[in-house]
Design a protein around this ligand. Sequence first.
Ligand SMILES: Cc1ncc(COP(=O)(O)O)c(C=O)c1O
Length: 477
Amino acid sequence: MDATRMNRPGTDPPLYAQVAAAVQELIDSGALRPGDRVPSIRRASRQHGVSANTVVEAYLALEDRGLIEGRPKSGFFVRSRVLAKAPSRRTERPRLVEVGNLQTRLFDAARMRDVVPFGAAYPSADVLPAVKFARITAALARQHPRESISYDMPPGSDALRREVAKRSLEAGTTLTPEEIITTCGGTEALSLAIRAVTKPGDVVAVESPTYFGLLQLLDDLRRRAIEIPMDPRNGMDLDALERTVRRERVAAVVAVPNFSNPLGSAMPEAHKARLAEVLRAREIPLIEDDINGELGHGSTRPKVVHAQDHAGLVLLCGSYSKTLAPGYRVGWIAPGRFYERVKGLKLTTTLATPSLPQMAVAEFLANGGYDHHLRSLRTLFATQVARYRAIISASFPPGTRVSEPAGGFVLWVELPARIAALPLQERALAEGISFAPGPMFSARQRFTNFLRINCAHPVDSKLEDALARLGSLAKRA
Ligand SMILES: Cc1ncc(COP(=O)(O)O)c(C=O)c1O
């Protein structure tokens, strides 16, 4: 450690630490806001009566803490607050999930045309290829009138399964069409997977925070959830998972390793290998939800944990709801060694996936310029997320922290602890603004002062104003 950063007991903090503490106080109080330039080194050295080196030392310490960032030739600037990792909970016990009517309230709001849509996580139809789909679907219905109205019994459309199999190479794995069953969206894929590998009363390990639709599903199926803390950048805390599987009989793990919902975290490749190994050693199935896998903000498409699975224990689930057409309800599952069970359950759940939407999605994937569409969607979502982030940083209460998602289109916002998200939701809805309150994302209704914001609707002055108004409501809470 640098000598200037050391402090002997009983003495005043070193000068650099005093300067750092003074600047941090300005940030904590909101006097210096995200994006503001902190005083130049020369100016700060005059203000505090210390040498330029001491100020540099102080600023580097604040940079280490993630509070400010140096920009070449421009000086130091206050960063948006980044979420800290949740503390590990050693005494976590599984429990029946109760997410009550929170989900209904969210989707009721999503149906209202005049409500600002920061709640449910779906992309605006304005950013999806709606017109192209209309053309493709009409042409297919004309060309194949009989096929398009007939049942396409499980495993579902040959053409779609071929396209999904081809694209699996991009995710570092090799699926064959024979390993895939098409589903009514990711929701049905998750439901089939959970029912195939667990029974009522079983313990299912989930991310914390996690997608509330999964919690609702576990609730309906009377499975018990055990929450594994998430690291905002790296995803599931694997030390905590290992402790949990040593202590509890975990029947399955559900994870979104690529761009989790709501955090947007991306599990590093080494962690994926470790996750596969931990579960293989105990023969625990992994339900891998890769619905956001193609929505990374970087240039490469991350691999799936399925790529590391040689035991058929990973049930890989996908969907085109976030990239192409949520209303078509087209998803898929590659259930590994549980194929026959999943195929049987599909028959008793929805019998078959609607034929025409499957044909249309397959055609779009084969000849509709899907890769080009994905590239622009990823760039758009990255830009959108940055814009929403900037507005939140400027208008939410001091002390608010915001996630830095590596992919997807939602932000996870931590308000100061005194501000409860559920009453804030009611006040915001009364003003025509929706968001998803934090307690929805936990089986125990944790995250009371968190909220999730959907950024997939292009910012215009109305949305910008609504987000700023939400910030003002939070300040007054
Ligand atoms: C992580 C995750 N999994 C599954 C789903 C459900 O997908 P679908 O709309 O295809 O049923 C969602 C939708 O928000 C999601 O965020």
